[in-house]
Design a protein around this ligand. Structure first.
Ligand code: DX5
Ligand code: ZN
Length: 214
């Protein structure tokens, strides 16, 4: 499975509905939605009302990326707002296994996210239970940053582990994705590529989306 997920963080919020429909029309079937709390990351974005509003205008998959402290306090409401897949950071909680169970109990897909410098070892015992691993390829908090290439090693490691252990998790990469980095990540084994600024800034989104998948 190879997918490009537009990150709506880079959308024009005064036209969010239109931007989502435009993406749908070029063939997008999964959206990446960044929730930031100003604690876990030095930025604040949006949460429940925005997710439930856009849930009404599209049936496509919502992949919600939580960059918040204490995700255990919020994941159930995020599920109820219309998320289909929810990822949270291993660095954000001492209760990762509990958070995974809360999300699974809601019948949603669960992902574990790791910051650029966090090792695969730190999530090794979770790999048999999660649906996807989100590898951050920039420091979380902002769109438009440069891809950090040392994370490629972790994509490789994750891909080897899932082959060896016959695990089913997908590998998602988030941050600094453009045509070049998209291809490099996919060659290393990534399945889901989040793309924010590069795609939304394009004058020809349809063609850019196609190129990102090549
Ligand atoms: C960053 C977010 C990303 C961001 C990616 O903290 O998690 O999803 O929107 O944006 P680009 O593609 O511009 O790096
Ligand atoms: Zn993200």
């Amino acid at each position: 499975m190879k997918k490009i997920l537009p990150s709506i963080l880079s959308a024009d919020f005064s036209n969010l509905g239109k931007e989502i429909i435009e993406m749908e029309n070029i063939g997008v079937d999964m959206f990446h939605i960044d929730v930031m709390d100003g604690h876990f990351v030095p930025n604040i974005s949006f949460a429940f009302p925005i997710i439930s509003s856009i849930r009404k205008i599209t049936n496509k998959i919502f992949d919600v990326h939580l960059m918040i402290d204490n995700p255990e306090n919020y994941v159930e409401r995020i599920c109820d707002s219309g998320a289909d897949m929810i990822s949270f950071h291993i660095e954000s909680t001492n209760h990762a296994d509990r958070v995974i169970q809360l999300i699974k109990n809601k019948g949603k897909k669960v992902g574990i996210a790791i910051n650029p410098q966090t090792s695969v070892d730190s999530i090794i015992y979770l790999l048999s239970t999660v649906d996807y691993v989100l590898v951050m390829s920039v420091n979380p908090g902002f769109g438009g940053q440069k891809f950090i290439s040392y994370v490629l090693d972790k994509i490789n490691i994750l891909d080897s582990i899932r082959k060896e252990k016959k695990y089913n998790f997908l590998i998602e990469v988030d941050g600094g994705i453009n045509i070049e980095t998209s291809k490099i990540c996919r060659d290393k084994g990534a399945d889901l590529l989040v793309c924010g600024s590069f795609l939304f800034a394009s004058d020809d989104k349809k063609n850019t989306y196609k190129e990102l998948l090549k």
